[in-house]
Write a protein that binds this ligand. Sequence first.
Ligand code: SF4
Length: 319
Amino acid sequence: MQSYLTDPLLLLKKLDLKPQAMSFSATAASQFSFKVPTAFVDKMKIADENDPLLKQILPVYQELEHKFGYQTDPLDESLSLTQPGLLQKYHGRALLLVTPGCAINCRYCFRRHYPYDDKGHLWGQIDNNIQLIKHDISIREVILSGGDPLSLSDNKIADLFARLEGISHLKRVRIHSRFPIVDPQRVTNELLTILSRSKLKVIMILHINHANEIAADNQLAIARLIDHKILLFNQSVLLKGVNDDIEVLVQLSETLIENQIIPYYLHMLDKVQGSAHFEVSDKEAIVLYQQLRDKLPGYMLPSLVREISGEKSKLPIGL
Ligand code: SF4
């Protein structure tokens, strides 16, 4: 059985939708490739032009419009690179880019233009980057990112964990991943064993934008991660046409808590070129957030934040 779709026209056919009606653009797909796991597709509704999962991954012509203020590197990550594959933006933490691969290509991804190929093979930089982390005793936490770090094989993840565990000042490893939600079969027994046996505390930040992304298959993966003592948090991006609606945001937090995932961040869109059609203005976001605060207990309320290049932390919006 094919577990990923890489042909957007095939997806539209499966969903009984016409490319023209969906503003589909083959040029946009050629600039940032299309990829989606069938487990994610299975949660889309047939013949629904506004399906919130479809909107996250369908290449559309609006991506080709160049909007003022939208950049290829909106967070100036190239300036935070200590060396290829290692970013140090925040105190006490180091972010390791371990792979360019993802389970799913999200059209709003702030790294959609990241020059992975220019920086050499990311896995090939691991030795140098581990050495740097070893020599900086202020680093307590390593954040695994990419791409999606769970694109690495279990063998490579085991190797990476073994090396990180050899660094005495490290306390935690944080993994940012969409895999457990969009391709839950990736949560293998081997992966669970590696994570649960680590002497480092393992924290996983999932990335769920809409409650429709959660169903029986990934609920099982989530439950297995929790059973193996992995702390689960969620970050979402506030996206026009996907989750910029009070009932959708309430339902998302309800579903996260039901599944023992802490709603952590609701991010404003990073202004990456090709994503302007997803923008929710600050004014709209603040109104939505006030409504959300009125409807949810505090522990279910994610922080509404924006990342700004050069700042020491993410900045809260609408306080
Ligand atoms: S890095 Fe994350 S947001 Fe970007 S395409 Fe991959 S899974 Fe999506």
